[in-house]
Design a binder for this molecule. Structure first.
Ligand code: GSH
Length: 314
């Protein structure tokens, strides 16, 4: 069976900006995919049975391979479906590095603006879950601070949009030229989130006409072709397939990882998240994958990026 025969499944929900990044990435590559809608708040047992505890959105599944985090997903899509490339210019190294910032500091800034500006209007359970995930143990204080310092936060975000607006002023259609790149999806999901979920968002974005025009171009790319799938169907696909990931660890692993070693993997932020445990199947500079046995789906291979994730040898 070739890679192309196995369907791409995205576990996500429509309001998720981070999922919008991947839906747009599917559009850039013109991919077909199955859409499994997951809950916006935990518990998410049909998702975590596949991931081993990772609860963030989105998660991509291809057969019995489960890809956590959008960096890991984009890396995998580029490997399996190289054309058209997510990196159409000769700046791939810079662009991968830049995506660490769009997905980290820039997205966190947007989260503070959206959550902070909503203030008391956030539903209590949502505020508690997302507050803890993004703002740490003192999240209630953090939300109040974000609300109080909203002008400062907006001034920070304005810098990025100002720079992008300048870059786009030469008439290019996308950020790095006439062809859409991964960095378009990676910047776009932040702008989409701010415009759609902060009440000041539309007028803020309107100050940057080139950015607004670029957002339209990115939205016109669409999301590829998708069809609805149930979580039960996705689990059955994991059960009836085997991982396509080869075994091996690149030489000179700085953490001394070895195939078969028991490890845990968790986002390296103070989000109060559950670590995923399994045995190393594959590790290289950019990714790590563990084998684990799911209660409902049998043997699965769960993949993470190494950037931004903490691996502990157990
Ligand atoms: N670094 C992660 C961030 C994922 C993330 O924070 N996603 C948000 C959704 S927009 C989330 O998980 N929120 C909590 C949830 O959906 O349960 C990635 O790039 O995939």
């Amino acid at each position: 069976m070739s890679n192309k025969d196995l369907a791409i499944i995205l576990h996500n929900y429509p309001q998720s900006p981070v999922a919008e990044k991947i839906r747009t990435a599917f559009g850039i590559k013109g991919l077909s995919w199955s859409n499994v809608e997951i809950p916006r708040l935990p518990p998410k047992p049909m998702l975590t049975t596949l991931t081993g505890g990772y609860r963030r959105t989105p998660v991509m599944q291809i057969g019995a391979d489960i890809y956590c985090d959008t960096l890991c997903i984009i890396q995998e899509l580029e490997k399996r479906f190289p054309t058209p490339s997510f990196m159409p210019t000769n700046d791939a190294g810079f662009l991968w590095c830049l995506s660490r910032w769009t997905d980290g500091a820039l997205f966190d800034l947007a989260v503070k603006i959206v959550l902070g500006s909503a203030g008391e209007n956030l539903p209590a359970d949502f505020a508690e879950d997302r507050g803890r995930l993004y703002l740490g143990e003192d999240w209630a204080e953090g939300l109040k601070r974000a609300n109080a310092e909203l002008p400062h936060l907006v001034a920070q975000l304005r810098i990025t949009l100002g720079r992008l607006d300048q870059q786009l002023s030469d008439g290019r259609k996308f950020l790095s030229g006439q062809q859409a790149a991964a960095i378009d999806a990676q910047m776009y999901h932040v702008a989409w989130f701010v415009e759609g979920r902060w009440e000041g968002g539309p007028s803020f974005i309107a100050q940057f006409p080139n950015v607004k025009q670029w957002m339209l171009s990115v939205s016109e790319i669409g999301h590829g072709q998708s069809a609805t799938m149930t979580a039960e169907e996705a689990i059955a696909i994991a059960t009836s397939n085997q991982t396509q990931t080869g075994q091996g660890v690149l030489d000179n692993d700085p953490q001394g990882l070895a195939v078969g070693q028991k490890i845990s993997v968790v986002p390296d932020v103070n989000g109060g998240e559950q670590a995923v445990e399994g045995t190393v199947r594959m590790a290289d500079i950019y990714s790590v994958a563990v084998d684990r046995v799911s209660d409902t789906a049998g043997e699965v291979c769960v993949h993470f990026p190494r950037a931004g994730y903490r691996i502990e040898v157990l």
